[in-house]
Structures are given as C-alpha cells and as structure tokens.
Design a protein. Sequence first.
Length: 447
Amino acid sequence: MTDTATTPWFLTGNFAPVHDELTVHDLPVTGSVPPSLSGRYLRNGSNPKAPTQHWFFGDGMVHGIRLEDGRAEWYKNRWVRTTKLAKGLDAMDGEAMLDPTASAANTHVLAHAGRIWTLEEGHFPYEIDRDLDTIGCDDFDGRLTSAFTAHPKLCPETGELHFFGYSPIAPHLTYHVLDAAGRLVHSAPITVPRGTMMHDFMITRDHAIFMDLPVVFDFDNPGAPIRWDDHYGARIGIVPRHGTDADIRWFEVDPCYVFHPLNAYVEGDTVVCDVGRHESMWRNGMNDFPPSFLHRWTFDLGTGSVHEQQLDEVAHGFPRVDDRVQGLRHRYGWGVAPRDGGRVLLDDRVAGVVVKWDLSAGSQSVFDLGPDSHPGEFVFVQDGPDAGEDEGWAMGLVYDAATDSSDLVILDASAPGSEPVARVHLPRRVPFGFHGSWIDDAVLPET
Ligand SMILES: [Fe+2]
C-alpha cells in the first residue's frame, strides 16, 4: 500500500508510475476507428524508475497505439533507455546535469526526417524505433553543443525543424535548425542576461521567437534552484529564421510565465503570438503553479510597439494547433480545461474537458467526456491532405477515475459536443503525462 500521507503527490493516484512494459494486440473499441487513420499515436511522460524530486524529472515512458484499417492494432509502452535510466540517476544529481546523454527523455515525442525523437529540455534527444524501443542518443555528428528543447517547431512549408537549447551556464541560449533531412545546419548563440527556464518557443514563416521570462536558475538557493525573480523583467526576442545574435530584436512585456504558446504568425508588419500566459510561476516554491489563460501579444516590427490582450477566461493546459498551420495564421486551437470551470488542472480530483478555440469567432466550445474523465493533451489529425483546419479528428488519452482505466479517445474535430467517434480501450491505466504526436504512415511509413 502507498502511504499517501508521506508520498509525494506525483507518486499517487494516476500520477503514479506503472512498472511493466506491455504489448497487447487488437484492442477493443467503442464506436469505430476512422479507416483512413493509419499511423501511431505516441505520448511521452514521466514514469520514474529512479528516485525523483519532482514530476518533471521522472524517467520517460512512451505509450503508443497503432491504428490501421479501422482497427486498433496494438498498445505498447516502453521506457526510453537513457544513461539516466541505466545508472538510476536522480535528475538533480550532478552527474545527470553534466552528462548531456543523461536525459529523462520524458517530455515530448515526435517524428522528423524519418526518425522518432523523445525529448527533454536539458539534454540531447533520444531516438526510438517504430515499436518504441530505444535506438540511442544523438549529438548530430558531434555538432550539437547545447541541450535540445522538448518543443521544437516543424515548419510545414520548408520541412525544417527549428529548435533551441537553454542552459544555466553560458551560452544561456542557442538557436538551431535541422534541415528536412535531419542535418544540423544552423547554430547561433543568443545573448540573454542570465539563464532562465525557457520551456518552449515559437516560429512564424519568417522568424524564431524566444521568451526570456523571469523564472531563473539560482543554484545558491538549494531550496529553490529554479525560481521566480521579481526583478528580472520579461522580454520576447524575435529573430529572422537562420538569424544570429546580431539580428534579434527584443520587446518588453509584462512579467509572466509561458510554458506553452498556441502558435505565432506574421500579419503585415506585426508578429502575433497566442500564448498560455501564467501571471507568475513558482513564486512561492515549485507547487505554486498559477493557471494559464490564452493571451495575444502583438509586436509591431515597424514602430516597436507591443500590445497585450487576454483572449478568454478559460484556465487551460496543453494548447495545440493543427501541425499544418505551425507558424502560419491559425483559426482553431485545442486545449484541456477543468470541467468545473475552475482553475486547477491535472488533479486526480478535478475532471476535465477538451476545449476547441475558434479565434476568428472569438469563441470556444467543449467536448465533455464525462464526470470522471481526465483528458491529457489532444492533437489534431486532418482527414486527408486537402481537409480544412478543423476537418478531421482531435485525439488524446483520457483517464477515467471511476474505472481506473484509460482510453485513446478520437473526437470529430468539427463537431464540438458530439460523442467520441471512437474510444480505444487500453489494457491498463496510462499515468498523466506530457506531450505526444500522431505520426501518420504518410510521414513515417511502415517498413
Ligand atoms: Fe511542454
């Protein structure tokens, strides 16, 4: 039995890790899997094997479901075999922090250049194969000199993967680009005043956009080595794609934190950034986690002016757009929110809903999956190459607290409020996790 009085919250309930690796074929489905869906839904998360001090630091485990010909062909889950896992390192051990291969590999999983990457923002990426088995760590022929963010941005027009690395040690920020073949073709250090925790970033058709926000490293303060700093300020750096430190322009914004933007795009002389804005982060320790609300920053590149606007009152997490509009003007967005309209996300006691934003109409709608449902991140999957921006499916893992079980839920993205198209019943609960991707066979064919 778990002693919940002394066990950290991230080792209890559906945050608790699972301890085995399964392979189960021919999963039961309620409804019907759209027959045109051929590929894998993969989702990464923290599933600590070694001792860990925070949910964010647990060893990465990928859960995957393969869909083909209207069937849910398999479910698999695999730890990512990292140096950290092999050695049983705590992420806060000096060895884990200094060894670039000692990734938790727990934050995201995505495909680029015919390969599948598991990512965590403090280390090098790890590649896994189509069956979720680990291939190994990659430093791009020794050319990668920084960590690799868990939130790279794949340009739908060029096929480039733009990314960055941040560090408490100088250089604190480095901008990188992989070309469509997966070769590291651009690396440029960017000057910032000190190391800040830079979880995500944005691209437009023309730019990369960095968020230098007041969550700073403070290793002289062992009780809070990452903390809010009221004096640091907050600035957004906009640099031309493939640009360098000499090209960047910084814009001051009101202090805040952003874990996840929704998307950014260029409109005339302005850059528009829709982001999940937290009023602060970790001001009073690492359990101080205010909710995020969708905000729009508009940066006028001609006049240098900045405009900030809150777009709605929905406390949300996991914002995503259709991957086909990454860096381009979006109309729709996807997220999750508390079912009760409150401000608490990802709690065993607070159920959630899937949110669909219509930014053109200035409205949002929900898919309510039931009073005990806890949806994680949902991703949009288009219904064929010519489909419109919400013509397809929204797909994600949902934990049901009443039955202690998990489903892959497939929604008709164009019909908020409708019942799921399919619920693929998984052979075990899947712990709450972080980010994932639909990896279509058109992108990564079966071999
Ligand atoms: Fe993230």
